[in-house]
Design a protein around this ligand. Structure first.
Ligand code: FE2
Length: 177
């Protein structure tokens, strides 16, 4: 499963800290197993249930959000130099895991992806943050997952969380028009 996941999402390899890289992959594999999914099912899982019939799957979305986050960070560091501090590894791990909770929020009913019972109670920022916490991801990464959607509105956010939050929304809103 690890090899398949790495070829599907090579961005895991961009995390430089080997321990953080391993934990980030472990959370994804654990979520696939806990949710009862297969790699094949991930290709079919829509990245959102809010855009009826979207063909963008959760893997494509996660990769796009991750790569956008890295680009934003690189431009900001280039322009603002020492006036901004961004932890690239936390940013990458947070972006790669921001929607992992959707593997619990969704279920498949007669072939159609719908909200699971758990998903009706806990949206993915919460379930993803809890699951990553159980795998001892750093608090800075848990924060990015927990605050990346409306759950983080009005809350103090780290620079990494702000970047992932906006990269996520640009990758959502741009596909709604
Ligand atoms: Fe997302």
């Amino acid at each position: 499963m690890k090899k398949e996941l790495l070829s599907l999402m090579p961005e895991f390899r961009l995390i430089e800290d080997p321990e953080l890289q391993e934990k980030t992959i472990t959370v994804w594999i654990g979520a696939i197993k806990k949710g009862g999914w297969t790699i094949d099912a991930l290709h079919q899982m829509p990245f959102t249930l809010l855009i009826e019939g979207t063909s963008v799957n959760i893997i494509e979305h996660t990769r796009a959000v991750t790569l956008c986050s890295v680009e934003i960070a690189e431009v900001m560091v280039e322009e603002y130099k020492e006036r901004i501090s961004i932890n690239r590894d936390y940013l990458l791990a947070g972006a790669l895991l921001h929607d992992v909770g959707k593997l619990f929020e969704y279920k498949r009913d007669k072939g159609k992806f719908v909200k699971s019972e758990e998903g009706k109670l806990l949206r993915h920022p919460i379930s993803g943050a809890v699951f990553a916490s159980q795998h001892e991801l750093p608090k800075e990464v848990i924060h990015i997952i927990a605050a990346h959607s409306k759950e983080g509105d009005g809350a103090r956010k780290t620079v990494e969380a702000i970047i992932v939050n906006h990269a996520d929304f640009v990758n959502f809103e741009a596909l709604t028009i």
